[in-house]
Design a protein around this ligand. Sequence first.
Ligand SMILES: *Cc1c(COP(=O)(O)O)cnc(C)c1O
Length: 352
Amino acid sequence: MERLVRSCYKKKGGYAFARKAEDIAREYGITKIARLASNENPDPLSPLALKAAQEALRTVNRYPDEKVNVLMAALRTHYPHEHFVTGVGMDGVIETIFRTLVEPGEKVVISNPTFSFYNLAAMGQGAEVATVLREKDFSVDTKKLIREAKDAKVTVLCSPNNPTGNATPISDVEEILESIEGLLFLDNAYIEFSDIDYIPLMKKHENLVLGRTMSKVYSLAGLRVGYAFTPRWLPPWYARAGTPFTVNSVSMAAAAAALSDNDHATRYIAHVRQWRKRFAEEIRYPVMPSDANFVMIDVAPHTSDEMVEELARKGVVVRSCRSFTGLEDHYIRANVGEDWENEQFIAGINSV
Ligand SMILES: *Cc1c(COP(=O)(O)O)cnc(C)c1O
């Protein structure tokens, strides 16, 4: 019956997970595994979020609020902006934005190497995907990007970028916004770990969407909540294209409460900044400068997978960057974890 499957999914694709390394670590009988492959906050969620989620569980016999009012109110309190959309993770937001805007055959431009889900989501929409390679230092060649993106329906840029870690300067983003006809989706999954604020750009540009997630700094990866800052015109159309209930009631309650717990976020951000610096100083391979809660490391002469396997044997699970299109095969990505995880990682990689 596989003949029924769409041809675009038969070629190759699917999201690359880091499970295999965990299996290797377990095979070696290691019980204390440092999990540094998925850029998660190792701290449990805020107690306020836990309480709100437990409270919300009482009423799950009812459908959630389709207007997502509790979360919308929390977002408007937290940020100087009015218009938001929400989704099942930022992944859900990305998918719905493509579904809202992109006709089959229309162009989507992606700046590579980057997060692989944009390509999967664009493909699902039947888009023509064009990729523009970053420079050697992983900065964005804005001229080249603009040339390709001028007539695209949607252009996707990740900043700080996954997996390279670097952020794109505000002036470059502004130049792109002023030079393209379509929409720029700026993925800000890691923005809380940087000093950059793109929100002021929303006032001047009707073609900018800032994607955000509750999965990283807010410790809610398992609850799947994403949102985006949008221009005024977008939300009604997004609502037409999306599934009727964008966020479930438990996730919505937890996310709203998590946004109000500044201490939880601040503590982890400080921890990340401190360890990002230590990774750069103490690891004997070149560590790329990062504005995120992870770093990308050049592990040449080893290949990405070789290093992942070596580290797995030492009880450290990191992400191989082999699957990132446009990247040479000698990089790994590791996020800041708990102190013992980071120490196990530094000792591990320095002994390879
Ligand atoms: C983690 C991540 C996301 C989305 O995460 P969700 O869990 O779906 O909210 C989006 N973009 C990038 C670059 C990410 O790394």
